[in-house]
Write a protein that binds this ligand. Structure first.
Ligand SMILES: *Cc1c(COP(=O)(O)O)cnc(C)c1O
Length: 217
């Protein structure tokens, strides 16, 4: 039951931890069920699927894009997306900024770190991210707001490894906060933790978890 699952997950979150209900691959009716329980933030990873759900569902839903985003898809989501969590290149950032400007809005984004073992996952290494922040071109992009970092841990049973990745993400957040965003209250999001590891993620400083199967399966 979505209703019961949602309650279990919510009850296990500390105050101030945002829950993104990841509804990818689940039908519109599943989103409606969670919506009826008061959930308003949902995550989707494919543009087409998101568009169908956006059209069909209430407009006070905050949609977070959490999949790999191709630059040629940005224009479709720019009018309505609430947050793009998976920004992994300067090129993508520029494109989001450009389309946000066209739509007369400021789009919230997260910088995606790649710390996992798997090459299949996207995101930037800490070093590449440092370079991009240092280079500073992002400072001229007035139609995006960098709100924090996002990270997907390795797909492994090795809890110690997952924990190390979470702590690395946390440390990177703190470093970036101090260096570039010290006075920006909006730079506050640490997005890591999914169904199987969100409790550990919370212990490691996450304040934004993306939970799918534990709610919808
Ligand atoms: C699918 C997905 C999730 C949710 O995963 P679950 O294991 O179903 O909780 C979270 N984040 C990203 C980026 C995803 O693609």
């Amino acid at each position: 039951m979505i209703k019961d699952n949602l309650k279990v997950v919510k009850d296990s979150l500390a105050d101030g931890v945002e829950l993104v209900a990841v509804s990818k691959y689940h039908p519109i009716s599943a989103v409606q069920e969670a919506y009826a329980e008061g959930q308003r933030v949902f995550g989707e990873s494919r543009e087409q699927e998101l568009r169908i759900k956006y059209d069909a569902l209430p407009k006070d839903i905050k949609w977070h894009f959490i999949g790999h985003l191709q630059t040629n898809k940005v224009k479709y989501i720019a009018p309505y997306i609430s947050m793009i969590e998976t920004v992994d290149s300067l090129k993508l950032m520029k494109e989001i900024n450009r389309h946000a400007e066209k739509n007369n809005r400021v789009i919230d984004i997260l910088l995606e770190l790649h710390l996992a073992q798997e090459d299949t996952k996207s995101g930037m290494s800490c070093d590449d991210m440092r370079q991009m922040l240092e280079q500073g071109e992002w400072k001229n992009m007035k139609n995006i707001r960098i709100c924090g970092i996002m990270m997907m841990a390795s797909n492994t049973d090795d809890e110690e490894r997952i924990k190390q990745e979470f702590l690395t993400a946390k440390a990177f957040f703190t470093e970036a906060k101090q260096k570039y965003f010290f006075n920006e209250d909006y730079f506050s999001v640490k997005s890591y933790g999914m169904s199987h590891d969100y409790l550990l993620a919370q212990e490691c400083g996450s304040n934004h978890v993306r939970v799918g199967s534990k709610i919808f399966n």
